[in-house]
Design a protein around this ligand. Structure first.
Ligand SMILES: *[C@@H]1O[C@H](CO)[C@@H](O)[C@H](O)[C@H]1NC(C)=O
Ligand SMILES: *[C@@H]1O[C@H](CO)[C@@H](O)[C@H](O)[C@H]1NC(C)=O
Ligand SMILES: *[C@@H]1O[C@H](CO)[C@@H](O)[C@H](O)[C@H]1NC(C)=O
Length: 271
């Protein structure tokens, strides 16, 4: 009897440990992308691509809010759930008036969280959906229990994005998008650190800033982004001097053809 109970206790604690490991993450990364750099790679236009709007995007847009492990790496596709806009509304009825929440949220997401590619994004269970649905399924589902559902995910990301406005912080430090103008990477990093009190990480492509990433504790207070080894996490592929390019959307033409397979392949590995 006693032995049986002990076994039960042991298996229960093993279960709890497994659940804790499964749902546990240590901090968040809010990844923001610079359209001027991403959109330079655009060769074909389509209506779903934020790079193709008649006015260029002049601020950092959201890539995603990512739960992370402090020892490196990050969980993905944590719950067998597919995105359901109606579920968001059902769980937050006070926000819903005749579907206004969903359409308003969508408008806001399309403004600040646009896809910068043509084609749709692979989701965890084989679907093809908009960019932010891909982000919710891949990363958002791993934020449980802090992030309960789709509504929590999008509203938390948008809250952090507007509270910690990197475009504004850089402007304050006189760092503007300007063709060809070079900025010291350390100057960009310290401008963000000065404004928010924590060290960001930065990702570059071809000598330009592609992403700025802000890190947050689980209580949404800013924290330093992790340094793995050298500066590999903080300064991925960044030379000492970098540009913050602007771009001209009309230069791309307006072809809806030629959305190559390459785009979808790229999305499959797109974080
Ligand atoms: C961030 O700041 C920029 C520049 O001041 C501004 O244009 C933009 O609307 C701000 N973004 C948000 C989400 O408040
Ligand atoms: C890389 O940067 C150089 C210099 O700014 C530019 O001329 C070139 O077009 C860029 N290449 C790509 C693939 O963006
Ligand atoms: C492409 O065509 C669509 C529809 O004809 C138009 O709304 C959009 O502004 C055009 N985009 C560019 C960059 O010319």
């Amino acid at each position: 009897m006693e032995e049986k109970r002990q076994r039960l206790v042991i298996s229960l604690s093993a279960l709890c440990l497994a659940v804790a490991v499964m749902s546990g993450f240590d901090y968040y990364v809010l990844a923001l992308q610079w359209p001027g750099t991403v959109c330079r790679q655009t060769s074909h236009c389509c209506s779903s691509n934020g790079c193709c709007r008649s006015h260029p995007l002049k601020f950092f847009t959201i890539h995603g809010l990512w739960p992370q492990y402090s020892y490196g790496g990050w969980p993905s596709c944590c719950r067998p759930t597919t995105f359901d806009g109606n579920k968001v509304a059902a769980n937050h009825p006070s926000y819903l008036q005749n579907g206004i929440l969903i359409s308003r949220l969508k408008t806001i997401l399309e403004e600040y969280w646009p896809s910068l590619y043509c084609g749709s994004f692979s989701t965890c269970f084989g679907g093809k959906r908009p960019f932010w649905v891909h982000e919710w399924e891949t990363h958002g589902t791993c934020g449980y229990p802090e992030i309960q559902d789709e509504y929590d995910y999008f509203s938390t990301a948008l809250y952090l994005y507007s509270k910690y406005n990197v475009t504004k912080a850089l402007k304050k430090a006189h760092i503007y998008p300007r063709g060809g103008r070079k900025y010291l990477v350390g100057h960009i990093v310290s401008a963000i650190e000065f404004s928010f009190g924590a060290m960001p990480s930065i990702v570059c492509k071809n000598g330009s800033v592609q992403e700025l990433r802000l890190c947050f504790h689980k209580d949404y207070q800013p924290r330093d982004c992790l340094v793995e080894g050298e500066n590999s996490v903080r300064r991925n592929h960044c030379p000492r001097y970098v540009t913050l390019p602007s771009y001209k959307p009309h230069a791309f033409g307006n072809s809806t053809e030629g959305i190559s397979n390459q785009v979808n392949v790229e999305h499959q590995s797109y974080q």
